[in-house]
Design a protein. Structure first.
Lengths: 292, 292
């Protein structure tokens, strides 16, 4: 069983590609939607969140966890690997496969679009420069794009929503250096804005979606690590820390098909607890006091 | 010393009015920017966040805390009051003063714009119906508006940004019932979009910003509770859980003037710790493992 972790729904665009590439593998997806978005948060707050999610996936019985979130992958992957990886447990991210795929195209210059935290980390620059130290790399923080996708705008038939999205995309692409010929979508939400990108990008600029690249990289990794290979039935469980009904509804747009029943997991003292707490969505909420 | 708590920068629009109304009072503002935005999160997650922030303000020596955030005020004010209020400590919110001000205008119908969680709580409906059970009340969740403000769009000279903002505002105002003649800005970010609202709203619809209303309500409350009156020097301290440089830069737009030096506070096991942790904004972050 392979765990896939994301801050919210976005990682389902990665899961979709993983399932295509590895149809017999059983997956558990954990979307931390109750504490999302991560993109504007402190580095240490992101480590706290990531620890609790990765621990929960290991407790679910996963031996391998794919961090589908670019923000976590850029900021905290090394931390997670140093503290949780051993002979029986591994954690893989999305940044290195994406950097490899970008460099393999021999571009003149690469640009990277992501959350504020992803771009500020400069991790993609580090990873690309390990492979090609002279390649110009430019990061663009695009904090409006994920909220636009979550609001249901982007690809689709809503003309006014499409106009709003194109304006926002145009605003960010204005910062593209002139020589750029490869643009990496460094956030799992952005594939749902592909129509706006295609409309606003010059035709010679290649739009790189890391999701299928990550799926092929995982498949290669499993061939090189047969001890982590498992054959299942292609099952899928989905856990989330936010509202499971909302997750189920929103998630289908990202996965490209209906989700199975989504299980709610609660947060307790900063960790994701096992008890499935009651959802109390309406009105003032008063609870018994917990001492920390 | 009065504490003012918000999920991020937005509450500075409330603080501005409080300082105008009470120029001699000393204030401590706590913006939980490292864990913002709250608007899409679980009710119980919001209680966790609010507890830690309110506790920190009491530890700072405040006896009175104003919850400037509409999301916390709608979801968790009663919880906070039940657990922390006593003869020496009080917690006040923004929802009841805003509801009173709306009803006092004798409108035909009230609409309320806010975050998803604020609107789903239906707390404003409850509070308005306590005062006028027959008044139609309509909530509109507008999750894109706060991110637009945080991105620096809205009021100002950026024509393209203004167009983007107006499109988003128009999209949400389309849901206004026809008889609406009072629109409450139920999020502390929205006063920075006043130009877009004025451009898109029919002229007979009154735009109600709760911030000055809350300031007058606090002033009245202090007159009725002289034991909580304090005369200070009009000083201001600002604490935040996110990046203090960003907070300082962003915050001045909300406060309408420069902020004093912003102090960073860290999160530890879900509480806001006293130690001022080092900011590690770039690259992969690896830290010693903490057992919970």
């Amino acid at each position: 069983m392979i765990g896939v972790y994301d801050s919210g729904y976005g990682g389902l665009t990665v899961l979709r590609e993983l399932q295509k590439e590895l149809p017999d593998v059983d997956f558990v997806f954990l979307g931390d939607s109750g504490r999302a978005p991560y993109g504007g948060r402190d580095a240490h707050a992101i480590l706290d969140l990531a620890e609790s999610c990765v621990e929960r996936l290991f407790e679910e019985g996963c031996r391998l966890v794919v961090v589908a979130c670019h923000t976590v992958s850029c900021v905290g992957l090394r931390h997670l690997q140093q503290h949780y990886s051993n002979d029986n447990r591994r954690i893989l991210g999305v940044t290195i496969p994406a950097a490899e795929a970008a460099v393999a195209r021999h571009p003149r210059a690469v640009a990277w679009l992501g959350t504020t935290r992803t771009v500020h980390s400069r991790t993609y620059e580090v990873e690309i420069h390990k492979l090609d130290p002279a390649l110009p790399v430019h990061g663009i923080a695009a904090p409006l794009l994920a909220p636009l996708v979550e609001e249901g705008l982007g690809n689709g038939t809503d003309a006014e929503g499409a106009q709003l999205t194109r304006l926002a995309v145009r605003r960010y692409l204005r910062h593209l250096p002139a020589e750029t010929d490869c643009l990496v979508l460094g956030c799992t939400h952005y594939p749902l804005l592909s129509e706006a990108f295609q409309a606003e990008l010059a035709p010679h600029i290649h739009l790189l979606d890391p999701a299928p690249v990550v799926a092929r990289a995982l498949s290669d990794w499993l061939r090189r690590h047969p001890e982590f290979q498992e054959t299942g039935t292609g099952s899928l469980r989905v856990l989330c820390s936010g509202d499971p009904q909302v997750f189920q509804r929103q998630g289908s747009r990202f996965l490209g098909r209906e989700l199975p029943t989504v299980q709610h997991i609660s947060e307790e003292s900063g960790r994701l607890a096992h008890r499935s707490g009651p959802q109390v969505p309406q009105g003032q909420v008063v609870r018994e006091f917990r001492k920390f």
